[in-house]
Design a protein around this ligand. Structure first.
Ligand code: AMP
Ligand code: TRP
Length: 278
C-alpha cells in the first residue's frame, strides 16, 4: 500500500428541466466546480427524473444538451470529472427497483418535494414522481459516493438515501457507502426575490423573483434592484429580515472576484457566459 489517501468520491445530479437560476448555481453548480478540483467527481444530468412530471420527449432531449452546455460554461470540466446522461447507464433504473424493496411507502409520502409537485400535476400524479427519491438514492449509491453536494432543499432526499443504504446493508450485508450531504456555507437556500419566504425556483409565480442564468445583465440588475426588502433601514442577517438576508446570502455566495463586474475573471468563475453585474 502506498499510504496515499483515496480521493473523496463526489456525486451529484441536476435536472435538465426548466431554466436554470441563481439558486441552482449557488446551491448546486458552484459546488460541482469546486468538487472536481478536490475529489473524484461524478456529475449526472438526470433526464429520467425529468420524466416524472409531464414532458415533451423532443424538448427533453434538447434540454439535456442545454444543461450540459450551461454546466460547461459554468466551469464544470469533463476532463476533470465524469459528466454523463443518466439514461445512458441502465443500472440507475435497476438499482432503483432493488432499493424500492427496502423503501417504505409511508416515507415516500412524507417527502416535501413529492407533496409540492404532486399538487401541481393536473392530469396525473405519476408513480414515477412518488419513486423519484428512490431513483435519486440509486444514482448516489451506485457510485459509492461519500459526498453529495446539493442545495438545502435536497436534505430530506439525502436523509432518505442514507436510510436506504443502511437498511440495505443491514439486510443484505455491507454493500453501499452511506453518503453525507454537502451544502454550501452561504446561499444554500436562495429565496425568491419577490417573496423571500419561498425558495427561488423555475415554477415560481411569474419571473420577477427568479434570476435566470441566461437573463441578460440589465434584466438581472433590474430584478435585484426591485427585490422585496424588509421594513427598517438596518442591513443585517436575521430571520426577521428575510428579504435583506436573502440578498446578503446571495452576495456572499458569489465569488469575490468580479462582484462589481470588474477584475480578472478566473477560468473557473461562475458566470463566464455573461458579464456579471450583480
Ligand atoms: P435541479 O435543477 O432541481 O436539479 O437542482 C440543481 C441543484 O440546485 C440542486 O443541488 C438543488 O438543491 C439546487 N437548488 C435548487 N433550487 C435552489 C435554491 N433556491 N437555492 C439553493 N439551491 C437550490
Ligand atoms: N433531486 C435533485 C434536484 O432536484 C436532482 C438529483 C437527482 C440529484 N439525482 C441526484 C442530486 C443525485 C444529487 C444526487 O435537484
Amino acid at each position: 500500500m502506498s499510504g496515499q489517501r483515496e480521493p473523496v468520491r463526489i456525486f451529484s445530479g441536476i435536472q435538465p428541466t426548466g431554466r436554470k437560476h441563481l439558486g441552482n448555481f449557488l446551491g448546486g453548480v458552484q459546488q460541482f466546480v469546486e468538487g472536481q478540483h478536490r475529489g473524484d467527481a461524478v456529475y449526472c444530468i438526470v433526464n429520467m427524473h425529468a420524466t416524472t412530471i409531464a414532458y415533451a420527449p423532443e424538448a427533453l432531449r434538447e434540454r439535456v444538451y442545454d444543461t450540459q452546455a450551461l454546466l460547461i460554461a459554468a466551469g464544470v470540466d469533463p476532463d476533470k470529472c465524469v459528466l454523463f446522461r443518466q439514461s445512458d447507464v441502465a443500472e440507475h433504473g435497476v438499482l432503483c427497483w432493488l432499493l424500492s424493496s427496502v423503501t417504505a411507502y409511508g416515507e415516500l409520502g412524507r417527502m416535501h418535494q413529492f407533496k409540492e409537485k404532486s399538487v401541481q400535476q393536473r392530469d396525473l400524479v405519476s408513480t414515477g414522481l412518488f419513486l423519484y427519491p428512490v431513483l435519486q438514492a440509486a444514482d448516489i449509491l451506485l457510485y459509492q459516493a461519500q459526498e453529495v453536494p446539493v442545495g438545502e432543499d435536497q436534505r430530506q432526499h439525502l436523509e432518505l438515501t442514507r436510510n436506504l443504504a443502511q437498511r440495505f446493508n443491514a439486510r443484505f450485508g455491507e454493500t453501499f457507502t452511506v453518503p453525507r450531504i454537502r451544502v454550501p456555507k452561504t446561499a444554500a437556500r436562495v429565496m425568491d426575490l419577490q417573496d423571500p419566504t419561498a425558495k427561488m425556483s423555475t415554477s415560481a409565480r411569474g419571473d420577477a423573483g427568479t434570476v435566470h442564468v441566461l437573463d441578460d445583465p440589465d434584466t438581472i440588475a433590474q430584478k435585484v434592484r426591485s427585490a422585496m426588502t424588509d421594513s427598517g433601514r438596518e442591513v443585517r442577517l436575521s430571520p426577521e429580515k428575510p428579504g435583506i438576508s436573502n440578498l446578503i446570502e446571495i452576495y456572499a455566495g458569489i465569488p469575490a472576484v468580479d462582484r462589481r463586474g470588474r477584475g480578472a475573471i478566473r477560468p473557473n468563475d461562475l458566470w463566464p457566459i455573461q458579464e456579471r453585474r450583480l
